[in-house]
Design a protein around this ligand. Structure first.
Ligand code: PLP
Length: 386
């Protein structure tokens, strides 16, 4: 066999697979409404586009420093951190992957509450670590409790990966919930934490509670953020990690230097314009997401047999559709996603991709017209099953 076992063991991203299926059907002339994509549908704000054009003209076309442009890292570091704590990578995805690769040895355990973003466990696999999935439920708003965390930690635990606001559930940890988790982590000083806060500016609860506020954790926290979601810049591929542990930063820099040298320079200039510029564009998009969230929730409540937590952040609804299992040919979330694609012509992502087979994920990063149309079609298709 040509292909390494390491890569053979990796799963394909189900959300990208669904996007490809959607594209195929559209090419056959089928009018598919996509609720599967995890990216804002807005254009990148004008001042950011101007910055990238200026960067091209100013010849930001050579290799840069491995951890990223100093001026960008200074902007990211703010008051709490220094530029030396920041590494800019090709998307938050790469920053997370580097952190996992830097920390995990074969056999190390990584605690991952589920439902979770599709890529964490695949990254752990690449590092030959062991993912310890901790299922969270509808009853706890899909959030990890202190008790669950305590029970999941063993002498082999090296890392916890937490995501708030969460993809796919839209759950947001409150200050008290984080206090409770930190109290557990303080008792286990060997456990590092990757806090994926990529959706921190898309929040409907007032303000974001970051794990960065807990000084007890600061020497083993790896904070993840980026420009993809907040500034509608998914294709620019700029994200970063912030970490005060110099050894971890040095390890990630070493990996980055051998792998990519540095993130694309003109894209970094665009990211700098995003972070340093007016944040009004972020608030405008956030408000629109909030209106769409409200519309989704209203329309979803009209569909019998599904239940969900009202999302408090990000742009996903994660309804439990398991009441329909056993009806027609539907036995799991993959069947449900396939049925909705073929019958309603609505693309969704099956919950199994996120470790929760009772649910499907609907992205509302799309127009209100698309949301209305998709929810109408889903309602009709599900009614046929009853
Ligand atoms: N973390 C979560 C929870 C995400 O949903 C995503 C993208 O879908 C990422 C990280 C990666 O973001 P980026 O585009 O910066 O690589």
């Amino acid at each position: 066999m040509k292909i390494s076992n390491r890569i053979k063991a990796l799963a394909e991203s189900q959300s990208l697979q669904m996007a490809a299926r959607c594209q195929e059907l559209r090419q056959q002339g089928v009018d598919v409404v996509s609720m599967s994509l995890g990216e804002p549908d807005f254009p990148t704000p004008a001042h950011i586009k101007q910055a990238v054009k200026d960067a091209v003209d100013a010849d930001f076309s050579h290799y840069g420093q491995v951890p990223g442009l100093l001026s960008l890292r200074e902007a990211i570091a703010g008051d709490r951190y220094t530029a030396n704590d920041v590494i800019v990578s090709v998307g938050a995805k790469q920053a997370i992957c580097h952190a996992v690769m830097a920390l995990i040895n074969p056999g190390d355990e990584v605690v991952i509450p589920t439902p979770c973003w599709v890529s964490y466990s695949e990254m752990v696999k690449l590092a030959e670590g062991t993912s310890v999935f901790v299922p969270t439920t509808y009853d706890t708003d899909y959030k990890l409790t202190a008790k669950q965390l305590e029970a999941a930690i063993t002498p082999k635990t090296k890392l916890l990966i937490l995501c708030s606001p969460n993809n796919p559930t839209g759950s947001v940890y409150s200050h008290q919930e984080l206090v409770d988790l930190v109290a557990v982590l303080v008792r286990h000083p060997q456990v590092y934490v990757i806090s994926d806060e990529i959706y921190n500016r898309i929040i409907y609860t007032g303000h974001h509670e970051s794990l960065a506020q807990f000084s007890e954790l600061s020497d083993r926290l790896i904070l993840i953020d980026g420009v993809s979601k907040a500034y509608a810049m998914t294709g620019y591929r700029v994200g970063w990690m912030i970490c005060k542990d110099k050894e971890v930063v040095a390890a990630c820099k070493k990996l980055q230097s051998q792998e990519i040298t540095c993130a694309t320079m003109v894209a970094q200039k665009a990211a700098e314009a995003a972070v340093r510029g007016s944040q009004d564009c972020v608030e405008q998009m956030r408000r629109i997401f909030e209106q769409r969230r409200d519309l989704m929730v209203t329309l979803a409540r009209e569909i019998p047999g599904i239940h969900f937590e009202v999302p408090e952040g990000a742009f996903y609804l994660f309804p439990d559709v398991s009441e329909y299992y056993g009806k027609g040919h539907i036995h799991n979330s993959n069947d449900m996603a396939e049925y909705l694609l073929n019958d309603a012509h609505v693309a969704v992502v099956s919950g199994s991709a996120f470790g929760e087979d009772n649910c499907i994920r609907l992205s509302y990063a799309t127009s209100e017209d698309n949301i209305r149309e998709a929810m109408h079609r889903i309602r009709i298709s599900l009614a046929k099953l009853m």
